[in-house]
Design a protein around this ligand. Structure first.
Ligand code: FMN
Length: 397
């Protein structure tokens, strides 16, 4: 079953140049099996046609002509009673001002006032419109009214100016929608996650690293965020997009990662070490590129131990609930169990390294002192959600 199976989502569109971006959002939501209804303000139809939106959503668009189309003639109420979520994307400064003051002078604003479901707003406007004290005052009011604001992001705007006001990335908006429908099993929990490989330099251009893509760690961070946790991610270098809604620290070496973890560990409830931390660092790092010469003097790399981050965190007085990952190529269960005991951690998640590294799928085994749980083979975000569900159960024990 897809993430948004049978969820009724209303997208309200207002008069911004960013209206065309809604096409991509509709595609994602429909792919995830949501039932999407589009409501357009009069002004939004200057930016994209009703026909386009009807074709993309596969349904009639609702607008200011739609007051009386249901049997009892109160369509603005009926529509919201079936909705699981309303999201205004893009939202103009004008619409934000109306909603924050309870103004209901067209179909969309009246429907929002009459709603009994959650409302999200994704603003899009010129940077001065966004920074204007009246818009900022209105946004504060919306947050107090429990309306979620997504974005805006920073960048070059349609008018050519640079600043805050761009519509959030469509992927960020769809992630927030998916997240809304996940159970908030980790609300009020602070979770610190490490992800990706570390890189140990040999000279300014060469290094030792490993094949970790960071996908599992990022999926764990995403699932923890979806479940309502306050998430911090410490990541080694990856090709993945840094999640916009998660506090993220970028590091390179294992020592950097160790220091970043230790700086952020206070008050953490759960520490999940997913990163493939390099066991060794190069002791004889060369400040200049090592030159190849045609003698038999092949350079020797001398290695030294890196700090064992998980072991060090598990030694802290009042340590958080500590979770490790064991990626092995053989004797998976035995090696994982040994790691659980040696590092004195609460849970270990084992997987076959060659299957999992750089793959979109994961087949995980959860091992603690009392049980072994085999999770089904699934994509990494689904596997991560299963892991977070199990961790939330164990936190309650
Ligand atoms: C070309 C053009 C682009 C506009 N882009 C935006 C925008 O991105 N954000 C915004 O808040 N207003 C923008 N406006 C102004 C709104 O369209 C205007 O305030 C309108 O009354 C909004 O109506 P609505 O909120 O009912 O949709 C734009 C106007 C024009 C003519």
């Amino acid at each position: 079953m897809s993430d948004l199976y049978k969820k009724n989502i209303i997208i309200g569109m207002t008069g911004s140049i960013a209206c065309y971006k809604v096409a991509d959002l509709i595609k994602i939501l429909i792919e995830k099996e949501a039932i999407v209804t589009i409501v357009m303000t009069k002004s939004s139809k200057n930016f994209i046609t009703k026909t386009t939106m009807e074709t993309l959503s596969g349904k009639d668009v609702i607008d200011d002509e739609s007051w009386n189309i249901s049997d009892n003639g109160i369509n603005h109420i009926n529509l919201t009673r079936k909705a699981d979520l309303i999201i205004i994307v893009p939202s103009t400064a004008n619409f934000i001002a109306k909603i924050s003051n309870g103004i209901a002078d067209d179909f969309l604003s009246t429907m929002c006032l009459a709603r009994n479901c959650q409302l999200f707003i994704a603003p899009a406007m010129n940077k001065e419109m966004w920074n204007n004290p009246s818009t900022q005052r209105n946004i504060k009011q919306l947050i107090l009214d429990n309306i979620k604001i997504i974005g805006p992001s920073y960048g070059k705007q349609a008018c050519g100016e640079i600043g805050y006001g761009k519509l959030a990335e469509i992927e960020e908006i769809s992630d927030e929608i998916i997240s809304f429908f996940q159970p908030k099993l980790l609300k009020n929990k602070k979770i610190l996650i490490t992800a990706g490989p570390t890189i140990e330099p040999i000279d300014p251009i060469r290094f030792i690293s490993n094949k970790s893509s960071g996908k599992m760690g990022y999926s764990i961070a995403k699932a923890a965020y979806e479940f309502g946790a306050d998430v911090t991610l410490v990541t080694g270098p990856t090709n993945l997009k840094i999640p916009t809604n998660i506090k993220t620290y970028n590091v390179v070496t294992a020592v950097d990662m160790y220091q970043s973890v230790m700086r952020n560990i206070a008050d953490i409830d759960v520490f999940i070490s997913v990163a493939a931390v390099s066991d060794w660092k190069v002791l004889n790092y060369q400040n200049n590129k090592i030159k190849k010469n045609n003698t038999n003097n092949i350079p020797k790399i001398i290695l030294d131990y890196n700090p064992d981050i998980l072991y060090e965190v598990a030694k802290i007085k009042n340590k958080p609930f500590c979770v490790g990952f064991a990626a092995e190529t053989e004797n998976l269960k035995d090696y994982a169990y040994k790691k659980l005991i040696q590092k004195n951690i609460d849970l270990i998640i084992a997987n076959i390294a060659t299957d999992v590294m750089n793959s979109d799928k994961a087949k995980l085994m959860l091992i603690d002192s009392s049980e072994i749980l085999d999770l089904p083979n699934s994509n990494k975000i689904e596997a991560a959600r299963q892991v977070m569900k199990e961790i939330s159960k164990k936190l309650k024990q």
